[in-house]
Design a protein around this ligand. Structure first.
Ligand SMILES: Cc1cc2nc3c(=O)[nH]c(=O)nc-3n(C[C@H](O)[C@H](O)[C@H](O)COP(=O)(O)O)c2cc1C
Ligand code: SF4
Ligand code: SF4
Ligand code: SF4
Ligand code: FES
Length: 629
């Protein structure tokens, strides 16, 4: 196909599709046709671009002009102004909160600047449903290389030398895992790709499937060659329909091209893949539970050893790797172990994808070199905290990771540093919290999740998480007792020590880290009946400051509980017995009045009903004589 004047890379990842990118695609096609520009402009539906907070988004090549938050109404103007008349449209470009001028080019946007793309090398620049697009970017050359010029042992050695560690959570060295499996005498052998991804807020693996499914197929086929497997499974949660559809299509295309199936590339090596859909429980991502799930058994973990690499699916040696781990493999083969091992830190090589969410200006998916600091991620890539609020903590490692406080903002992100800080790498969830977050409440939220998701096999995990939840609920309800903190710590360690699988051994992390770094918040809840972040409903009250209320009637009108008394010219008063603490009055009171206050741990000052308002004096505009005096 002849090169086009412009290529429009339209994100059709799940986030942008939900925001209407298919409608935008139709509008673009119509407008391009209306202006007769079909021969000059091509439209490429890509996977997730990463900057999901700006979706639906479009990148115009070759300059890489970035447009975000697109609406169908914007399209006629955009096509006419930019694509026809050559005048890029400023108002649709990205403007960071602290700037007035937009940033036209993707490469100048700070969100993208510090990233290093290895796994996400093709995101946003290929059509994931076209194998030719992948091949045009060196796709399947690594597979060809291993099949035609490397022995399985050489492949394993290369992966060991690269220092690649599993990206699914535990960080086990990938090459070693492959070697253990290869050395097992029993056959057949299997290789499974783990795309269960049950962490709330995480979508790295889904995104790789949606934006570049062939990278995973290629990596998994290389793994199969290395360990001697002829069959593999892709385990992906049912809740990922777009990822499943694209992966299925990619498998079919790879078969058509002779890259999967019998006698791949005429080398005599045969390998094929099938997709198995998981039922969505968090514990299904644990490798032994996942194996049970594929075998049609109840998805409960089992004791290890033996490890799946020794005794896995159908009782046979099985390598299970995470999506990101597998997608990294072709790049290591092509660029060499030495190149890869120079990226990152001494013990954590390469890059890691994180889903950056929560109280952060730039939300999305980022791929960064290991060893990057939290500060760089939060302030340079993430653009800081909205509304200039203070950064308080970040939860890494998913629901059973830990909360890292602002004091550790210069912590380098690698497996060991995160573990030392009481958290873990996990699969890459990163939830940013600001000063308005209650850390006891956060611990309660995560324990609620892991308690729900415990499979119930071990008493200590099942009942222990329920007991943690009970105490945390009591504390946030304002009924904490002396000794609760010590009890939580003791129980958390007992759960860690005695649980059988990773869910139980890690679930206490949010409790332990919040106690370790925010003990004063626990103490304030228990001893002073005060929630310092003013979040826990039983410990707060809303109150209208009579000096500031201007009797504008807005809060009275909006209060859903009819708990506000007041009329024109009289100070409004909240009836505490009716107030449900929904916070609406605080949200609607005009900022120039700022009369509604949240209180915690202090008595509510009494306010007389019927008090006349003290009108704020308008600042008179100075006269010309006054100014010149
Ligand atoms: C509760 C629990 C959930 C897990 N969920 C996932 C998951 O969604 N994806 C994943 O790759 N690994 C998950 N793991 C880790 C897997 O058990 C396993 O270590 C991983 O898939 C191995 O791949 P890797 O060596 O490439 O990291 C989970 C572990 C536990 C304990
Ligand atoms: S630790 Fe929890 S999730 Fe894991 S097997 Fe035991 S009960 Fe099930
Ligand atoms: S917090 Fe909600 S219920 Fe209470 S007074 Fe304000 S608006 Fe009404
Ligand atoms: S509290 Fe605020 S919103 Fe309510 S009447 Fe007073 S000034 Fe208006
Ligand atoms: S889904 Fe479009 S940028 Fe992520």
């Amino acid at each position: 196909m002849a090169a086009r004047r412009l290529e429009l890379m339209l994100c059709t990842g799940t986030g942008c599709v939900a925001g209407g990118s298919y409608r935008i695609k139709r509008a673009l096609e119509e407008e391009i046709a209306r202006h007769g520009l079909q021969e000059e402009i091509s439209l490429v539906p890509t996977g997730c671009n990463g900057f999901c907070g700006q979706g639906p988004l479009l990148v115009v090549m070759p300059e890489r002009i970035f447009y975000g938050w697109l609406k169908t109404e914007d399209i006629p103007f955009l096509v006419e102004e930019h694509f026809l008349k050559g005048r890029p449209v400023k108002k649709l470009m990205f403007t960071p909160p602290e700037r007035r001028e937009p940033i036209p080019l993707l490469s100048d946007i700070p969100f993208f600047k510090k990233q290093m793309l290895i796994v996400l090398r093709n995101k946003g620049i290929i059509d994931p449903e076209k194998i030719d697009d992948y091949i045009a970017r060196d796709g399947y050359t690594a597979l060809e290389k291993v099949l035609t010029s490397m022995t399985p042992e050489e492949v394993i050695e290369e992966i060991i030398r690269s220092g690649l560690r599993g990206r699914g959570g535990a960080g086990f060295p990938t090459g070693i895992k492959w070697k253990v499996c290869r050395n097992e005498p029993k056959t057949p052998k299997y290789v499974i790709c783990n795309c269960d991804e049950g962490d709330p807020g995480a979508y790295m693996d889904r995104s790789v499937f949606e934006s570049d499914p062939h990278s995973v197929i290629e990596g998994q086929t290389i793994a199969a060659y290395a360990i001697g497997a002829s069959h593999g499974y892709i385990y992906v949660r049912t809740e990922y329909p777009l990822a499943i559809k694209r992966m299925q299509k990619a498998i079919e295309q790879a078969r058509e091209y002779g890259l999967l199936g019998e006698n791949i590339l005429g080398t005599g090596f045969s390998f094929d893949l099938e997709i198995r859909e998981g039922s969505g429980a968090f514990v299904c991502g644990e490798e032994t539970s996942l194996i049970h799930s594929i075998e049609g058994k109840s998805p409960e973990p089992r004791q290890r050893p033996p490890f799946p690499a020794q005794v896995g699916i159908w009782g046979c040696p099985t390598v299970i790797n995470n999506v990101e781990t597998l997608a990294t493999v072709p790049v290591i083969i092509n660029r060499g172990a030495e190149w890869f091992s120079k990226i990152g830190t001494e013990t954590s090589k390469g890059t890691k994808i994180f889903s950056l969410v929560g109280k952060i200006n730039n939300t999305g998916l980022i791929e960064v070199p290991m060893g990057i600091t939290l500060r760089e991620i939060i302030y340079e890539i993430g653009g800081g905290i909205p509304g200039n609020r203070k950064f308080k903590a970040v939860q890494t490692g998913g629901p059973s990771g830990g909360c890292i406080p602002a004091s550790l903002i210069d912590l380098p992100i690698d497996y060991e540093s995160l573990t030392q800080a009481g958290s873990m790498m996990g699969s890459g969830g990163m939830i940013v919290m600001d000063e308005d977050t209650c850390m006891v409440d956060v611990a309660k939220f995560f324990i609620q999740f892991t308690n729900d998701e415990s499979c119930g096999k071990c008493t200590v995990c099942r009942d222990g998480s329920a007991a943690l939840l009970e105490v945390l609920t009591r504390i946030t309800d304002g009924e904490g007792r002396e000794g609760d903190i010590e009890f939580l710590e003791e129980l958390a360690w007992a759960i860690k020590d005695a649980s059988m699988c990773g869910l139980g051994t890690t679930l206490p992390n949010p409790v332990l880290t919040t106690i370790r770094y925010f003990r004063d918040e626990y103490e304030a809840h228990i001893r002073e009946r005060r929630c310092p972040a003013k979040v826990c409903k039983n410990l707060i009250a809303y109150w209208i400051d009579p000096q500031l209320c201007q009797a504008c009637l807005i809060c009275k009108r909006e209060c859903p509980a009819e708990a506000i008394y007041g009329e024109k010219h009289t100070v409004h008063v909240i009836d505490q017995s009716r107030c449900t603490k929904c916070g609406t009055c605080l949200d609607v009171c005009p900022p120039r009045f700022g009369a509604v206050k949240k209180l915690s741990g202090e008595p509510i000052p009494p306010v007389e009903r019927g008090m006349r308002v003290e009108r704020k004096k308008k600042t008179a505009t100075p006269t010309q004589e006054q100014l010149s005096a």
